[in-house]
Ligand binder design. Structure first.
Ligand SMILES: C[S@@+](CC[C@H](N)C(=O)[O-])C[C@H]1O[C@@H](n2cnc3c(N)ncnc32)[C@H](O)[C@@H]1O
Length: 296
């Protein structure tokens, strides 16, 4: 597929941002309360530990709600990175509105080391529908490892990759594996709705990439990191879905959120939602090589 995935996904995310900024989209007004934290960061707090005095990089920060929330936890610095110019502009506007000191960088994840520098941070924070947009999980892990100083850590939370394999809405109520579990060259989709607000996404096509658990943890360890915690939760959080319950912006979105989870809700679980995977902390056990072994 070459780099077509990037152009498609960038157009798709550019088209989602205005919908997420609408009054019925992400809850931005709550940030006027200086104590307010996004639901995502509030949920992660018990496992995140103190980030005071850390330099934090938030990969795929989207419109900055979690990035600004991290800034409110008192780190030394916070940098949000995303490849969507509209998302970065929205993040800057939110930080100004919230009075938060956040640096936002418009950049592809795979170029993050060039943009931010080797060993630029103590904590990489990411997740909630992030790695499913990246075609090569090993290359992503190498980026994470290169960004971290010795002793730094990665904190990520994602949906379980098995959910990404399941068939979209079926009328027989069965859970059917339809999409790849292991990393492939991608699954194309067209979805006119978005998890984060009403309206039609003007560029509905995109490409998502599943990564199996072994691939994710294998990539991290191959990049020189040590997995120090991996938590799989059976708790489930609501996310938006066509015809589903009210949107909760703290819930992990899904690239095909409007279609598949409805069946899950009726069969296995009590709400339209995602389980939480891997609130894992990872720290380098040795300095990773910075660029060698990157797959381009
Ligand atoms: C589902 S959002 C992340 C959600 C975020 N946790 C939130 O709700 O605020 C995924 C983000 O990844 C970004 N993204 C996708 N592919 C990217 C890439 N290759 N490099 C940088 N950002 C990317 C998109 O622009 C989007 O903002």
């Amino acid at each position: 597929m070459g780099d077509d995935w990037r152009a498609l996904n960038l157009a798709n995310w550019e088209a989602r941002v205005p919908l997420h900024l609408s009054p019925e989209g992400y809850d931005l007004a709550s940030f006027d309360d200086p104590q307010y934290l996004s639901g995502v960061v509030r949920y992660d707090l018990p496992r995140l530990d103190s980030i005071a005095d850390l330099d934090v990089v938030h990969l795929q920060c989207h419109i900055g709600t979690d990035t600004v929330s991290l800034a409110r936890l008192g780190p030394r610095s916070v940098t949000g990175l995303d490849f969507s110019p509209s998302a970065i502009a929205a993040g800057i506007a939110l930080a100004v509105r919230a009075g938060a000191a956040v640096r936002f960088v418009e950049c592809d994840v795979y170029e993050a080391v060039t943009a931010l520098g080797v060993g630029c941070c103590d904590l990489v924070y990411t997740g909630i529908g992030a790695i499913c947009w990246l075609p090569d999980i090993r290359r992503w892990a190498e980026v994470v490892a290169a960004l971290l100083r010795p002793g730094g850590r990665l904190f990520m939370r994602e949906g379980h990759p098995m959910l990404d394999t399941l068939s979209d809405t079926r009328d027989d109520g069965l859970l059917v594996v339809q999409y790849p579990y292991f990393e492939t060259s991608g699954t194309t989709f067209s979805e006119e709705g978005t998890y984060g607000g009403p309206g039609t996404v003007a560029a509905p096509e995109g490409v998502s990439f599943n990564h199996g658990l072994g691939e994710v943890f294998g990539a991290l360890t191959a990049a020189g990191l040590t997995v120090t915690a991996a938590i799989m939760k059976d708790s489930l959080r609501r996310c938006s879905s066509a015809g589903g319950p009210a949107r909760d912006p703290s819930a992990p979105p899904h690239p095909r959120a409007g279609r598949r989870p409805l069946q899950l809700s009726s069969r296995r679980i009590s709400a339209v939602c995602w389980p939480t995977l891997g609130a894992g902390r990872v720290g380098p056990s040795r300095r990773p090589s910075t660029t060698s072994g990157w797959r381009t």
